[in-house]
Design a protein. Sequence first.
Length: 90
Amino acid sequence: MVLRFYSQFFSQASKAMGFVVMAVGLGLVCLGLLIILMPRLFAYIVAAGLIGLGLVILTVATKILWAAHKAGRYASADDRTYRVKVRVVD
């Protein structure tokens, strides 16, 4: 039995937020890789930090998208499951 605690609106919002966070993470990873191409020691330190931060953000985005996907899948399955001719007796 699946209980839905939030509507499809929040599922869509969390998917959008996940995509934005994923784009930011990919941007940070790419920025870090571009800085690595610069041959300075300070650039390598900053690049390692940016790549690490980007990977953490990508992990969070993946978790958000995975949870939104699972919630959306359960929501669509719940809409079609119902009982016919059920009586509630006091």
